[in-house]
Every structure is written in C-alpha cells, then in structure tokens.
Design a protein around this ligand. Structure first.
Ligand code: ACO
Length: 321
C-alpha cells in the first residue's frame, strides 16, 4: 500500500508585521479594539509592490525542501493553491518550478479554491502519489491578497494578509494522510467573491474582494464542523485522539465556534491568525509550519487540517504527522 506523508514544511511572510494601529496611521477608519474584538487579528504582513505570489512561494518551498532533506530535482509534482497568481498564465506553479531551477520536471499547475485551496491541492497531490504516478510533491499555498483588497472598504481590508506555506508530500509505506474530503456549492458565490476580470486590456466588473461577513461566518462554522467529522468518521477515528486541529485562519470566533462544535479544546487548536491575519490558501500551511518550528507539532501527532473559502468550497484532511 502506498501512502502520502508530509516529509517537511516551510513558510514565508514578507516584510515587517503591520499592526492594526499601523492601518489606522495609514488612514483606514478603524481601531485596534474593533479589529481584535471582531476577528482576533492584531497584525499581518503585506508584500511589497514588486513581490508576487511566486516569490513568496519560492522561499516557503525552499524551506520545505530543506526540512524534507531532499533536493529540488527530487520533486516530480508542484501544485500551488492561489487566488492571486502572478499572471493569468503561466501558472504560479510553473514559475516556482523555474525559480527552483527544475528543468524537464514533472507536472506543475495551480489550484483555485480560495481559502480551501491548500486542502484541495493537498488532496489532489495525495491522489497522484497514492496512484503511484508521482513520488514527491511540493504543495504550496501562496497569496498576495493585499492586491485584491479595496483599501477604502474597512469591513474587508483589515482582515487579510500576505504569505506562503509549503509542504513536501512523499510516497511512503507508513500512513500519512488517512482521509480527506472536498466539497463545493457554487450557488453561494455572491457572499464572497472578486467579481471581475480582465479582457481586451480593460478591467471588466469589480476587481476587489466583496464579502457578506455575517453570511460567511454562519456558513463557515457549519461546514467546518461537518467536514472535520466526515474525515474522522471515514477513518474511524475519535475526536479525542486528535493532537491538533489546524483550521483555516479567517476569524478567531469562527475557529472557536468550530472547535466547540467538534468538542476540541482551544489548547489543541493551532492559531496564528493574530499575527498572520487571513492569508487565504496560505493560512493552513503557514500555521502548520509555525506549529512544527515551535515544537508544538511533532512526529507521531495526529492532526486535522480544514478550510473553507469562496465558491463556496470547503474540505478537510486527517493526517498522521
Ligand atoms: N473598523 C471599525 N468599524 C467597522 C469596520 C472596521 N474595520 N468594519 C466595519 N465596521 C463597522 C460597520 O460599518 C458597522 O457599523 P454600523 O453599525 O454603524 O453600520 C459595524 O462595524 C458592524 O459591521 P458588521 O459588518 O455588521 O460587523 P460584524 O459584527 O458582522 O463583523 C466581520 C464583521 C468581522 C467581517 C464578521 O462578519 C466576520 O467575522 N465574518 C466572517 C467573515 C470572515 O472571516 N471572512 C474571512 C474571509 S472568508 C474565509 O476566509 C472563509
């Protein structure tokens, strides 16, 4: 039996932290008290204008490859989850492959499932590995959400940040990913979207993130609880045997409500939201890498990672680390 195991993690945050008070100094009509009490966010990182998702992804990838103890040439599949790619095409994954110096490599492509993107990418990579077609995948979540924020909309611009996280997933005889589940319901697309595009050199529609925050909140809590239970049931695993829940970092109140629904105490939930903000597809691998590098998450631990995002999309994976 071939399984897919996480062999190494890495992440990267651009520049210095930008605090809530820094946003006020930049002219946004908000306050540290409002942002912390509604979301739990205290600071985030914002990429410089000349930095793209592939630049953030590259550093996270190099760190994950080093942690896995392999070389870039050993990677035969690259999947980047992003909603803020450098270009319309080529894919961010192809750019990362090139920047890693890999020539004539394996498949490289992007996955677009917004804040669930990393779970989607991880699940797709797992299936490539379990089929026997690939041996070592680089799975990356990388975002420069600051590019699609309307900085005059205080209800959204204070919530997001930029960053990247990566894992090396390799074929193994030992179980790694025990179960995964992916879902979507596109009928909910109006409550969280960037309803614009580019055609004939013009922006068509609205190029900024729009969100009905309260509708997103209710939807997220319901599906995150359901999908975590789905992967636990699929593997016949009790919630009590989970060492860490690593949810998408959107809002501390969503995370607390989900943990409560699942019966997981907050001491076993990894939260990085306070200093990362919501980094969309990057949030889960960023949290995963921070948990590893701070010694919280150790080999032998059992974790659930889960995300929900625009589309709507949602998913989870149960992993023996
Ligand atoms: N600073 C100060 N005041 C603000 C700000 C701000 N940054 N933003 C909005 N307000 C004001 C509004 O203008 C409104 O004022 P009013 O009552 O005078 O009209 C008031 O605060 C309340 O606004 P609401 O939008 O009703 O605030 P709410 O309590 O719903 O909180 C929030 C908004 C934080 C977005 C909340 O709905 C939420 O957490 N939703 C979840 C959405 C989320 O996490 N999205 C992340 C992306 S989705 C994902 O990753 C899955």
């Amino acid at each position: 039996m071939i399984y897919a195991r996480i062999a190494g993690t890495g992440s990267y945050l651009p520049g210095d932290p930008v605090s809530n008070d820094d946003l006020v100094k930049r002219g946004i009509d908000t306050s540290d008290e409002w942002i912390v009490s509604r979301s739990g966010i205290r600071s985030r990182h914002l990429a410089a204008a000349d930095t793209g998702a592939s630049d953030l992804a590259l550093v996270a990838a190099e760190r994950a490859i080093e942690a896995a103890g392999c070389e870039a040439e050993d990677i035969d599949l690259i999947i980047v989850a992003t909603s803020t790619p450098d270009y319309i095409f080529p894919s961010t994954a192809a750019l990362v492959q090139s920047k890693l110096g890999i020539r004539n490599g394996g498949a490289a492509f992007d996955v677009q499932a917004v804040c669930s993107g990393f779970i989607y990418a991880l699940s797709v990579a797992e299936k490539f590995i379990r089929s026997g077609s690939n041996k070592r995948a680089l799975v990356i979540g990388a975002e420069v959400f600051s590019r699609i924020l309307d900085w005059s909309d205080r209800g959204t611009c204070v919530l997001f940040g930029d960053g990247a996280g990566a894992v090396v997933l390799e074929a193994s005889e030992c179980p790694g990913i025990l179960a995964s589940a992916l879902h979507a319901d596109g009928s909910h697309h109006p409550i969280l979207c960037v309803p614009g595009g580019v055609a004939s050199g013009q922006v068509i529609g609205d190029p900024f993130l729009r969100m009905d925050g309260q509708a997103v909140f209710k939807f997220a809590v319901k599906v995150l609880g359901d999908v975590a239970n789905e992967v636990l049931d699929a593997a016949g695993v009790q919630t009590s045997s989970i060492d860490w829940l690593i949810p998408h970092q959107a809002n501390i109140r969503i995370i607390q409500a989900t943990a409560k629904r699942l019966g997981v105490p907050m001491e076993r939930v990894v939260t990085t939201l306070d200093h990362h903000g919501n980094t969309s597809a990057a949030s889960i691998p960023l949290a995963l890498d921070e948990a590893v590098r701070t010694g919280m998450l150790r080999p032998g631990h059992r974790i659930v990672v889960e995300g929900v995002g625009g589309g709507f999309t949602w998913g989870a994976a149960l992993i023996d680390f």
